[in-house]
Design a binder for this molecule. Structure first.
Ligand code: ZN
Length: 367
């Protein structure tokens, strides 16, 4: 059984038109060189390229799925939202939400991205592959049913999950979001749903500024099936692993899902311009090892990752390479050029004790 890697070259063509964004990756006043879009295609293209250079790609099964269909999209998004998005895209692009611009073809490229998430999930649920990674671009975890934000144009993972539930391929799904930003879209879509557990580990009050609190546990039938683990800026390798070991993974284990999906952002890495965390390649390697093991224990190894953020075009490829290496069990490594530096830059014992105390409080508050 192999690991599948779903991607489409066209996803790198998604652009933001003549767009300027007031953030460190946006260009400030003058549009960024990367097609005006702060969400830089080079981070993901370079991951593909690095895996080709090391030949890790030869140990994966490369796949390309069809775009998500209208039926798939309408399970998650409102008809008015989809109509406005399509019209604006056909007219040359624009921005119909907040911080989520797109150019001509934006609609089709977003449907193609959601299709990769669906293809990856279905391939694992059908038993075709041991696990699968979808290089989804544009990303999806911020997108609400009727509102685009944070570079996310369609809710990729939610679209894939609803398709799998509708087809009876899965009954219970757990989603762990380790992007440094809160998975507000995924949370909102499944907030009242008992059969989908959403867990987000993120930097507190980064993006969105007012979402992602620990107290937000879901509502109605979904009461208890949403879990936020906000971490203070400056947290590094040990704190992120503790957040998984002591809060996120026990909750997922208790939930007993049929499949585990990771909203895989690499913006908790130390060099990311849109996060203030200190994770390294090894953090992503260790987190991946843990979710591979957990999936093996509780859902016959069924694990799917969909790419979210990550804005350092030099460092994301190494984080992604380690993730795919761990998922596939390949022996092909791409050593982290910054490993020694980031080991020294980790927070000191006082911070670690403080962060550990916060995690203790969250762990103690869970049933
Ligand atoms: Zn992010």
């Amino acid at each position: 059984m192999t690991t599948a890697f779903f991607y489409d070259e066209q996803s790198f063509w998604h652009s933001g038109g003549n767009y300027s964004f007031m953030a460190p990756v946006g260009g400030f006043v003058q549009p960024a060189a990367t097609g005006g879009l702060p969400e830089n295609p080079e981070t993901k293209r370079r991951l593909v390229n690095l895996m080709n250079v090391t030949r890790l790609m030869d140990d994966l099964k490369v796949e390309r799925a069809a775009p998500a269909s209208q039926v798939d999209l309408i399970r998650v998004h409102t008809g008015d939202f989809l109509t406005t998005f399509r019209k604006t895209s056909d007219a040359g692009g624009g921005e119909t939400g907040l911080r989520a611009p797109y150019g001509p073809g934006g609609y089709e490229l977003a449907a193609l991205s959601a299709g990769q998430a669906k293809g990856a999930l279905f391939s694992v649920l059908d038993g075709q592959y041991k696990n699968a990674y979808a290089l989804t671009r544009p990303p999806g975890h911020h997108c609400l049913r009727d509102w685009q934000n944070g570079f996310c144009l369609l809710a990729n993972i939610a679209i894939a999950v609803e398709a799998a539930l509708a087809d009876g391929k899965a009954g219970r799904v757990a989603i762990l979001d380790w992007d440094v930003h809160h998975g507000n879209g995924t949370e909102a879509i499944f907030y009242d749903r008992a059969e989908v557990l959403t867990v987000s580990v993120h930097q507190e009050h980064n993006y969105p500024l007012d979402k992602g609190d620990f107290k937000d546990r879901g509502e109605g039938q979904g009461d208890g099936t949403n879990l936020n683990i906000p971490l203070p800026p400056g947290a590094g390798h040990n704190t992120w692993l503790q957040a998984l070991d002591r809060v996120a993974l026990p909750a997922i284990r208790n939930f007993k899902p049929d499949v585990l999906i990771i909203a895989c952002g690499f913006d908790a890495a130390a060099f990311d311009p849109l996060g203030r965390m200190l994770c390294s390649v090894d953090t992503f390697r260790q987190m991946t090892r843990r979710v591979v093991d957990l999936a093996g224990d509780i859902c016959q190894g069924r694990l799917v990752m969909a790419h979210e953020g990550g804005y350092s075009e030099t460092y994301v490829p190494f984080c992604g390479h380690a993730t795919l290496q761990e998922m596939s069990g390949s022996t092909i490594d791409a050593p982290d050029p910054f490993a020694a530096t980031l080991k020294i830059r980790q927070p000191g014992p006082a911070f670690e004790a403080f962060a550990s105390g916060l995690i203790d409080e969250m762990a103690a508050a869970l049933p």
